[in-house]
Design a protein around this ligand. Sequence first.
Ligand SMILES: [Cu+2]
Length: 497
Amino acid sequence: MTSRRRFVGAAATLALGASATAARRRLAPAWADEPPGVRTIRLETREVLWELAPGRTIRAMAYNGRIPGPEIRAREGERLRIVLTNALSEPTTIHWHGVDVPNAMDGVPGVTQKPVQPGETFVYEFEARPAGTRWYHTHATEHRQLDLGLAGPFVIEPAAPEPLPADREVTLVLDDWATGAGPALPPTREGVAGGRGEPGGMMSGMMGRRGMGGMMGGRGMGGMMGGGRTPAYDTMTINGKAWPATEPLRVRRGERLRLRLINASAEHTHVLRVAGHALRVTHADGNPLAAPVEVDAIPIAPSERYDALLHAERPGAWFLYCTQPGHADAGERLAITYPGHEGAAPAPPALDVSGLRLWHYGLGRGRALPGVTPGAARTWDLTLGGGMMGSDRWTINGKVYPDTDPLRLRRGERARVRFVNMSPEAHPMHLHGQSFAVLGVNGARLPAPLVKDSVDVEAHMGSVVVEFAAHNLGDWLLHCHKPMHMEGGMMTLVTIR
Ligand SMILES: [Cu+2]
């Protein structure tokens, strides 16, 4: 954009002989009020009719008419001014997930800003950092607006070149939908991202869920399940489309692709696999690992991101798909084709993951987290609870937001948070404003801390220990990223003064 603006400005001056400023104002009024060194991006929220797949069109909410919203690409440190115009008939805000924005730009209604009312405009301005696969999404009546499509990818390119370059990048946003048009998929209750230390433990959890799926079969009124408010999710999409409407990925032999995987789902963990190919995980939540980790499939909890390298070295036609029960059939697959195999039908997705190498937190070695200096850390124990007997009440230390106790920190202090999950569902816990290092999972210390901003705490006494340096001033939300759980109370504040 910057170079294009310069070019347009220069061309106009040559052609018209007018002052560059006047020419620029006439050609592109939006740029006229743009301070030097700032790039302006415009996002408009509005209701749309969105075709998930042929014959399955729904009333949804979109940024700039697209689901997911347009990919924002920025250079690390670049100053962005993002102008949000709300053309919905209800208030909204945008949260910049994984970006260390100033507190007033964080997009949390009632905490960092007033909700943006219908017809209003709000200007977000911040420096894009840290580098990595980030995303943006609504933070207002999130259960409804996130479910209806208000999310998009946000890629911050590092100032230094990536140590493992790729020939091409492909961003894939995974999402779950409750359209009321199909049988309900089994819920992802227990969580698989942490891995329970052993793939075997994880598998038994998955078998358990498959059993639950049968019990949860029918769909209730208005696409909602009978017990509680969890919608009956029936459609899974990749970049806003369900198979067979997903866009095929055409690759050449020898090509190296960087897949940027973003789970924008409200409820479901996805286990992503490319048939016939290994995946090399290079980044967790956008943050680089010290070395890539080769796996066969990657569990991704809601709000998590993984970057993975795919080396195209097996000509044919293959599915990229989710191995979770029902997901691939509900739309979560796309065809990967090599030249000469464009019309070929890939083998049906194999859902059995026994014997496969599955990513889990214990496999990744993160790099040092900037700002985390040695020294004593204050520790908070947060017990995640609620959800008993189908209740919609989700708690931290027995309390429901806004009655939860804030974690009060001074800038520069180090905080250690120990999550223990006493509830029957997994909770992907997300901290705003700064990333944390994951030190331990389910009682085992990780070989090296993994830097993330969301971490899945597995159900039934799963635990996670994280640590961060309080460096970003303000009031930051720490919450479960399943919107029904956050709206049910599983939120607290981290205040940094
Ligand atoms: Cu939760």
